[in-house]
Design a protein around this ligand. Structure first.
Ligand code: COA
Length: 168
């Protein structure tokens, strides 16, 4: 991915040396469960996720310029139906950095630089009001709701909202 710089952040490809920072994020159930993933229990488990995003080259590591630490990630993952101009947007931030406008800053830059993407897709649990608020703020529209889902990582049954942002 092309590196993107914002006021407080650098968004760049993941590196093998990011494992400890990724583990801080993804071992926290408050960060991993809303994304539909079980929290990483060990560094080895987390390394599998890191190896995958390094291989796929479609996920940004979010680096806080102030400290140089990786504090989250943004994925632009391939569309399961094979639409080359559509990407599935996913995002997370280490909990200590929530509510400082960091994801808003990062997504603003990612969406502005997504020149080859026509449709940005995303999904969120109905009780993840903050993530839903973010999507709506960026102009995503809800296109579907699937009721009563319970994935392996989910603690309870929930509804999942599906969103689309048409960029071009
Ligand atoms: C979702 C997440 C990435 C948000 O990151 P963040 O940096 O805290 O988000 P920001 O500070 O940029 O923006 C949050 C927005 O939600 C709003 N918000 C905060 N709490 C809220 C609540 N309880 N209800 C509705 N909106 C809320 C904030 O006011 C802000 O909106 P505004 O800019 O219009 O004022 C972060 O909480 C996270 O990593 N959560 C766990 C993983 C996750 O849920 N990923 C998405 C899966 S679909």
């Amino acid at each position: 991915m092309r590196t993107i710089e914002t006021e407080r952040l650098i968004l760049r490809d993941w590196r093998e040396t990011d494992l400890d920072d990724m583990f801080i994020c993804l071992s926290n159930p408050n960060v991993s469960l809303p994304q539909g993933s079980s929290p990483c229990k060990t560094l080895e488990e987390c390394k599998q996720v890191l190896d995958y995003v390094i291989l796929k080259k479609n996920n940004y590591a979010i680096v806080l310029k102030e400290s140089g630490a990786v504090i989250g990630g943004i994925g632009l993952n391939e569309d399961a139906k094979g639409n080359a101009r559509a990407r599935n947007l996913g995002y997370y931030l280490a909990e200590q950095y929530w509510n400082r406008g960091i994801m808003t800053e990062a997504l603003t830059a990612v969406i502005a630089s997504a020149h080859e993407i026509a449709d940005m897709l995303s999904a969120t649990h109905n009780h993840n009001v903050k993530s839903e608020h973010l999507l709506l703020k960026f102009g995503f529209e809800q296109v579907d709701v699937i009721k009563n889902i319970k994935r392996k990582s989910d603690l309870e049954v929930h509804d999942e909202g599906y969103y689309i942002l048409k960029l071009r």
